[in-house]
Structures are given as C-alpha cells and as structure tokens.
Design a protein around this ligand. Structure first.
Ligand code: ADP
Length: 643
C-alpha cells in the first residue's frame, strides 16, 4: 500500500465519478489516492493518543491558516496583484450546529493541486519510516511520541468523521481550485473545482462524540485560549440583538474575537505564562508545553524583538537530521519573512524555537541577502547568547536541566566544535556522569574541577560506545583505587568532540585509555615476565603494537591502550564500518601480571599458549565494547578451554 511521493500520482486511479455537476463541459475528475503508508500510521496514532486533548485540532488549523496568511502577505510585497480586491487577511471559523460541522477558512496563499498532494497526502520528512517502526517496536507512550512528531493538519481527524479541504492558490484562476476529501482511513480523493475566493477552507464533519465543537460558546473559548495571540483577525459570526423598535431579524455579522497585536510585540508584563505556552504550542505544533522561554526587546541603533523557546521534547529526527532547520521565524516589522533558523542560530542550537522580529531589515530581503547581512549577523550572535543564557538559567534547577539534557545534550555538545567564540559558555552547560556521581546524576565540568585535589593536573575522562561500556571499562580500575574521579563519556559524539577540545578552565583533558599513565619508572621485570611479554608479542604480531605490563589494572587481566592522539577504538570501528578509510593505529596490550589468567598463560605449553594468549587479547577488545574479527574462533577457543 505504500505510495511514495513520486508514485502517488501514477497509482491514483483517475476515474470520473458520476457526481452531479452543473457543468457538463468540464467533467469533474475525481482522483482516488491512497495515503502514504506512514500517513495512515500517523493518523491512527494521532487519533488514539491525543484523544484526551481533542480541542488542539483547532489550534493547529488556525495556526496553519495564519501561516498561509503570513506567506501571502510576504509574497504580496513583491506582487500586490496577489491580494486582488481582498487585501484584509483573516481567518474565519464557521459553525453549523444542525449539520455538525466546523469550517476554518483563510484568505491566505492557498495550495495548487500538486501542493495538496505533497503537503496533505505525504509526510516528506526523512526518518519518518524509521520513527514509526521504532514506535511499533516499543511499547511506547504514544502521546509522548506524537508530541515528538509534531501535530498538524492531521489532528483534524481526532474529531472528524470526514475532512474536506478546498483550496485555491493566490496565483491560480478560479476554476483551478482543488478539493481534497478524506475520512482518514486509507484514502483521499482529489477533484478540480471552482472557488471564487483564494485561500483554504477546512470543513470538518464532526464525529458524533465531538458535536461540542459545533457549539459557539465552546469553540469561541477554545480559540481565545489557544489562538488569542494570532496576529490576523480570527472571526466568527455574531448575531446582534434585535432592536426593540424593529421587526427585522438582525443578520449575523463577522466579529473579530482575538486581539491581533503580535504576541511578541506586547510588553512582557502583559503576558501570562499561559500566553507564552499557548503561543509556543501553536508556533511549534508541539503537544507539550515549552520548558523555558526568553523574551527580549532591544532598542537602539538596531531594534529587534526575540522570543525564544526551549522545547521539553526533541523532535524524533533531530539528533540525526542536522539539517532540520525550521522553528525560528524571521519577521520584519510584524511581517513574516521566512523560516530562518539557518540564518539565526548555529546547528548545535537547532532545537531552539521562536520568532525574531527586526525593525531595521528591509522587507524585501532574500535568503541570499540574509546570508551576509551585517544586521542579521549581529542579531544571530545575540540570539546565541540569549539561548545559552536561557540554558544556564534552566541549569540552576538540576531536575529541570536533566530533562533538557536528556533531550538535547548530544546536540548541544556539537557546539564545542562548532562555536569557538562561545566554547566556554557551551562547556559550562555540558553534563556527564563520572565515577563519583550517583546513578542517574550528572556533573558539570566546573564541579569536577572544584573537586580536583590541588595536585591533579588533568581532567581525566574515558570515551566509549555507550554509557555502560564507559562505566565498566577496565581502564578505570587504577583510578578507582587511587580515588581519582574520571568523567564517563558514553555518548557516540563524545570521541569526536574530544578530538577538538583540549582544555577546560585551564586544565587539560586526558583520556585514561590513551598514552602511558605517567612517566614514573617501570618496575623491574623478572626474566619469566620478560619472556612472557616476548612470546605474547610474537603471537599477537599485527594486532597490537606492543605488549607491556600494566599498572592501571587491578581486577582485569588485560586492556588495550591507545597512543596519546589516536582515535578511540569504537570510533575507528564505526568509521571503518561506514566505509571510511582511516589510518588505523594499533593499540598496545597492557597485561596485569598478577592476574590468575596471565599466570596460566605464562605456564602454558605451546598449544594452550596460543589459545590463552589470543583470548587475553580478545577479552581486552570485548571489554572496550569492541567487536572481534573472528568471533567463531573465539568461541572455539573458549570451548576448548572449558572442555
Ligand atoms: P506543518 O504545518 O507542521 O508543516 P501540517 O500537517 O499542519 O504540518 O501541514 C502541512 C503543510 O500543508 C503545511 O506546511 C502547509 O504547506 C500546508 N497547509 C496546511 N494548511 C494550509 C492552509 N490553510 N493554507 C495553505 N497551506 C496549508
């Protein structure tokens, strides 16, 4: 049933349904389309997980309508014929209690036929398939997950038996409008229709249990609550009371029910937390409230307002999709210009949502102009500072910050590499587990440095493929014994970051898995020990650089140690698997001469020596979280020993 974007057209059976039509000359063509499989899944999920919060569909539709008005207003700056004789952009909500319908109409940009298929029939975001697969696999909290996806147009199906969307793009003639109809099950139909007005109407036939949304009082209060900040008039029909001295029934008239001052342009003291949260949810299409926000007005040589938010939950594809760059909107004197996350924040802050409204940029800016616009460069650096400040503030509340960190920590770490100017500030925001933190707790580097004994020179750390491998690394044994705290970096990105980062607060970083521990003289080796080293060296030639006695191990038999500047083993492996040709650097094998196994190796005859020697090496690889070159051989060796 999968219909990819490209295929959806060919799969659609264009058939003329014999629907009544007034014009025989232009036969109505109803095309039947099958939803992309992902859309179906998402619909199902949406309807079931957001059931207890159904009224948000209205917020989503109004937010889409406002976006459409924003887009038209911007395009009309360079082509005012688009506005024709209908220059006042607005959103209308119309109820019909008798027929159980609610309709949201905007006179914004509208969509053409292709855009309807693209925007409403498919989910273009990469990673969607994987996301939904994960969903099925996990017995996950669905409401939580849908929040990660972002609600939107499809939320209409929470309350709809049927949704009819009629739309005409502002640059299309009246007979080139499109009707899209679906019951939200497997299919939708498309039809070319006539539509006098540009823009879009979403007409919802309400389910029996959702009739409340056709009631004026209920709907009015929802709109005021969730969409009061929208900067276009939202209108509903209102019937004025009958004049006493008149027999004529008064006719209903459109009444604007919101305050159309742009939310961010209002003074802070006039805004409640709820105002901020409602604005956030409609801006970010997020089912969850924001974790924090920062609202600032800058006046002077350069004037602008910024309203920035930190979400509580990451979108599902954020960590991988470094190109996901929406969520920060640029306005010029209240006119929406474009989604300009790319121009306004560096990648590592890609989770920040909000708006920036400049009083000084020209209205006709293009993306190209923005790239090198000096005003914007200044705004960008201020936005970065504000964002980092906001995170610092969240950081004062450990519990809140942990929430943030779990969602966005890995992304923020990219800032160490990406943003030299703010490296110190970013570094202060990082958190890690260490050998001295309690389970579930994290430490900042500042706290680590404060705990350092006066004579400790380095900030010790270990990187690994995952948190467990970091916490259980044999390299930690000596440090534990000495009571030296080690930062446990078990996030894949850590090794990459540490390749670029050498000191914090005047203390240099040092990996406990690289280089020699210190340059103290090595203990004298007995002749037997010396011989053992040489035998092992010969056996493991080509796998290790050198076999040497270890001073870091107390419990484990062996471990791998890398050269000071070599790339961690798990990283080398990852890159090799990704097909990259990286200059391999062989590790050193350090062995614990006191260990029983090592003693046995030393006393073994030639046949057994080979098995035991190989095993010693393989153990060391495994405890790094590494993969064996010859797992079958390893199993045979273990079995021979057990037998
Ligand atoms: P989102 O708004 O998060 O992109 P939606 O599912 O709500 O996701 O909408 C998908 C797309 O459909 C929008 O990005 C927009 O391009 C288009 N769209 C939705 N509603 C309208 C509308 N009222 N007018 C014009 N385009 C719309």
């Amino acid at each position: 049933m999968t219909t990819s974007k490209a295929k959806s057209k060919t799969q659609s059976k264009s058939k003329s349904k014999s629907k009544a039509s007034s014009k025989p000359s232009s036969k109505p063509q109803t095309e039947q389309h099958v939803f992309q499989a992902e859309v179906q899944q998402l619909l199902h999920l949406m309807v079931h997980s957001l059931y207890s919060n159904r009224e948000i569909f209205l917020r989503e539709l109004i937010s889409n309508a406002a976006d459409a008005c924003d887009k038209l207003r911007f395009q009309a700056l360079s082509d005012d014929t688009l506005l024709a004789d209908d220059a006042e952009l607005r959103i209308r909500v119309e109820l019909d209690e008798d027929n159980n319908t609610i309709a949201v109409t905007d006179n914004g940009i509208g969509m053409n036929h292709a855009e309807v298929i693209e925007n409403i029939g498919t989910i273009a975001r990469s990673g969607t398939r994987q996301f939904l697969k994960d969903l099925e696999a996990k017995d996950a909290d669905q409401a939580q997950l849908i929040g990660q996806f972002g609600v939107g147009f499809y939320s209409a199906f929470i309350v709809a038996e049927q949704v009819t969307l009629e739309t005409r793009r502002a640059d299309q003639p009246a007979d080139q409008a499109t009707r899209w109809v679906s019951e939200g099950t497997g299919e939708y139909t498309l039809e070319t229709i006539e539509r006098a007005a540009r823009g879009t109407t979403v007409l919802i036939k309400l389910k029996d249990d959702a009739k409340e949304f056709a009631q004026d009082y209920r709907t009015r209060s929802i709109i005021q609550r969730y969409s009061g900040h929208i900067s276009f008039p939202i209108q509903m029909l209102h019937t004025p009371p009958k004049a006493e001295d008149s027999d004529v029934e008064p006719t209903p008239e459109w009444q604007t029910i919101n305050d159309t001052t742009a939310m961010w342009a209002k003074p802070k003291q006039e805004l409640s937390n709820e105002d901020y949260q409602n604005f956030y949810q409609s801006l970010a299409h997020d089912a969850k409230p924001a974790l924090s926000w920062s609202h600032n007005k800058v006046e002077g040589k350069q004037s602008y307002t910024s309203l920035l938010y930190v979400p509580e939950q990451a979108p599902f594809d954020m960590a991988f999709n470094r190109d996901e760059r929406s969520g920060l909107k640029l306005y010029v004197r209240r006119v929406f210009i474009m989604d300009a996350a790319e121009q306004l924040v560096p990648r590592y802050l890609r989770f920040i949502r909000g708006v920036v409204d400049s009083s000084d940029l020209p209205l006709n800016v293009s993306r190209e102009i923005l790239q090198e616009n000096e005003l914007l460069t200044k705004i960008k650096s201020a936005v970065v500072k504000r964002s980092l400040d906001m995170l610092k503030k969240i950081g004062k509340d450990k519990e809140q910050y942990l929430k943030f960190w779990k969602q966005f920590g890995s992304v923020l770490k990219e800032g160490i590499v990406e943003d030299h100017a703010n490296r110190e500030a970013v570094a202060d925001l990082l958190r890690f587990p260490s050998t001295k933190t309690e389970a579930g707790e994290l430490t900042s580097l500042q706290e680590y440095v404060e705990r350092m004994p006066a004579d400790q020179e380095h900030i010790w750390y270990i990187t690994a493929d995952n948190p467990k491998a970091a916490a259980n690394s044999p390299h930690l044994e000596w440090f534990r014994k000495q009571g030296i705290e080690v930062i446990l970096m078990g996030d894949r990105i850590d090794e990459w970051v540490m390749g670029y980062w050498h000191e914090y607060g005047g203390k240099s970083f040092k990996s406990i898995a690289k280089g020699e521990l210190d340059k103290e003289e090595q203990p004298e080796l007995s002749e037997d020990d010396q011989k053992l080293m040489e035998r092992l060296q010969k056996l493991l030639d080509g796998k290790v650089q050198e076999v040497r006695p270890s001073r870091r191990l107390t419990e484990s038999a062996a471990c791998l140690v890398l050269d000071e500047h070599a790339m961690a083993m798990h990283m080398q492996m990852m890159l090799q698997q990704a097909g990259q040709d990286i200059p391999g650097s062989l590790p050193h094998l350090e062995i614990n001469l006191e260990h029983d196994l090592v003693q046995r190796v030393a006393g073994a005859d030639d046949a057994q020596f080979e098995d035991l020697g190989q095993l010693l090496f393989e153990q060391a690889v495994l405890s790094e979280g590494g993969q064996l070159e010859d797992p079958a051989g390893f199993v045979q060796r273990v079995n021979r020993l057990i037998a």
